[in-house]
Design a binder for this molecule. Structure first.
Ligand code: XMP
Length: 510
């Protein structure tokens, strides 16, 4: 791909954010670890160096080979990247007397510099560093300063090399996206051609070229990623895509039939397999959350393997893997070695896993998956669904799982989620669900004492599930929901609302 930006990763927590901001500018980019500069460097039109938890003065600090990049390509160093470009090109980086973390203001900006087009004086930038650039590199020209940092931005005269101490990728840098646009569009002349429509077009033809007339199997989950992957493949190969949607008996109330109907309505070649009893049988008596996950995962693989065998002459397995799962990021704790997250165990793979893999979403982020889905006409309701864990209600029923507990929790969950929709709260919440607790609580109904179950409701705000906060739902809504649950769901006499953030609590209770 010719219109491509390279982001060299030095292990900063913000590297993925740089990529997302670049993609928001409709520009394609890829993240590569600093110690694995891609061979085909000519394919990249500009390069960005990320930040890093290291100091350039540290012995084990990342040392990229920039010989094919600096002076040859438009180059932007961010934070560590800026310090690196100074330190090893005749400048110096020193420990700072004042550590700059958080907000700062660009009080001085050199006039008529393209990098700062559109910036307002004193605009906010976000800093996160303890070293400072004491001396600019050879031919360095200072472009901007803050009250505490003289060399907040510079360029190298005679080259298209730019460097900034602050982070343009974070939301708190007011004109951060503008700066990236100035660099990529106005300086590096990268074209803004990366759009959902362009992605669909190229991906469909890539799939056609790769898969040809072969058959492909894909496991649908009802989630956004597998659905978008399926629709893309369907566009490319039509009925040669065989989708399998397994009911593990731990889905939301009526979910299996509703989602299956939607898939069929979309024209997908899908087979619904109700394996609820097989899953429940495997879960019998298991209380440990990790063992439950393992049992559910194992049965899923067995069921999927059986089904995949029914499709004759299949050569490919499609998956809805997305970019954050693939990015080969620099491991900060394990030194400069790169780590790759892997979804699969090696050795002893079931037959279907020996198929060749096709992953049409492996280079895009979650928000892009949604945009691509919208572009292909997938229903907003399907694209806007809350995340739901693979093991489903199995990890929301604390303790052992039985058919009766699943029924109770499905009823409670449906009242809660439908209530959120009715109150127009569903789209304001990132994820919501109910947990069935393994305690009996005392209550009174009429003149009788009862001992019945407690359920906890959980609704969180988040962007990626890594951190989350509980949502301040209206009292009236909670009151109405609690009444509905207790009046309608036999076996529950108490409802509580979870007000813990992650960390330290997790989103799921198990
Ligand atoms: P936690 O509970 O770790 O959840 O804060 C973060 C996100 O991950 C989902 N989750 C899972 N998803 N298999 C999945 O596919 C699992 O075993 C699993 N455990 C948690 C959770 O729903 C939330 O979105």
């Amino acid at each position: 791909m010719q219109n491509n930006v390279l982001i060299l990763d030095f292990g900063s927590q913000y590297t993925q954010l740089i990529a997302r901001r670049v993609r928001e500018l409709n520009i394609y980019c890829e993240i590569h670890p600093f110690n694995k500069v891609p061979e085909n460097i000519e394919n990249f039109k500009a390069v960005i160096l990320s930040g890093s938890p290291f100091s350039v003065r540290a012995e084990n600090a990342p040392h990229p080979d920039l010989s094919k990049i600096k002076r040859h390509k438009p180059l932007l160093g961010v934070c560590y990247g800026a310090q690196y470009l100074a330190h090893f090109n005749g400048g110096s980086v020193e420990p700072s007397n004042i550590r700059e973390y958080g907000r700062a203001n660009l009080s001085e900006i050199l006039e008529n510099e393209t990098l700062f087009n559109g910036f307002e004086k004193d605009s906010q930038v976000w800093m996160s560093h303890s070293d400072t650039i004491a001396k600019l590199p050879e031919n360095g020209i200072r472009l901007a300063s803050t009250k505490d940092v003289a060399n907040a931005a510079y360029r190298i005269d005679g080259e298209e090399t730019y460097a900034i101490q602050f982070h343009p990728e974070v939301y708190h840098t007011t004109f951060g996206k503008q700066l990236l646009e100035n660099f990529l569009v106005n300086i590096a002349k990268v074209e803004q051609t990366w759009t959902p429509a362009a992605f669909v077009e190229t991906t469909v033809s890539e799939i056609k070229a790769k898969v040809g007339n072969d058959k492909v199997v894909l496991g649908l989950s009802g989630g956004v990623d597998s659905t978008v992957a399926a629709v893309l493949l369907h566009k490319a190969i039509g009925k040669n895509l065989y989708c399998i949607f397994v009911n593990n008996g731990l889905l939301r109330k009526d979910e299996f039939q509703n989602v299956l109907d939607q898939y069929e309505h979309m024209g997908l070649n899908v087979k619904g397999v109700d394996a609820s009893e097989r899953f429940l049988e495997a879960l019998k008596g298991i209380t440990d959350p990790e063992l439950k996950r393992k049992a559910i995962g194992r049965v899923f693989i067995e069921v999927f393997d059986d089904e995949a065998h029914l499709v004759k002459d299949v050569h490919w397995l499609a998956q809805g893997t997305i970019y954050p799962d693939v990015i080969e990021s620099v491991s900060v704790t394990g030194g400069p070695s790169a780590t790759i997250k892997s979804h699969h165990n090696v050795g002893g793979l079931p037959d279907f896993m020996k198929l060749k893999i096709v992953e049409p979403l492996r280079m895009i982020f979650k928000d892009e998956v949604r945009r691509v889905g919208k572009e292909m006409g997938i229903d907003d309701e399907l694209l806007g669904r809350h995340p739901f864990p693979g093991p489903g209600l199995g990890i929301r029923i604390l303790g052992d799982v039985t058919a009766e507990k699943v029924r109770v929790l499905q009823e409670v969950d449906a009242i809660f989620v439908n209530g959120l929709k009715k109150w127009n709260l569903y789209d304001k919440v990132w994820q919501a669900g109910a947990m069935l607790l393994p305690v009996d609580s005392v209550g009174v109904m009429g003149d009788e004492r009862t001992y019945e179950k407690v359920v906890a409701l959980r609704a969180v705000e988040s962007t990626d599930g890594m951190t989350a906060d509980w949502v301040d739902l209206p009292y009236k809504f909670l009151q109405e929901t609690s009444n509905h649950i207790i009046n309608r769901v036999k076996g529950v006499n108490r409802v509580v609302y979870d007000i813990s953030s992650k960390p330290p609590a997790t989103i799921e209770w198990e």
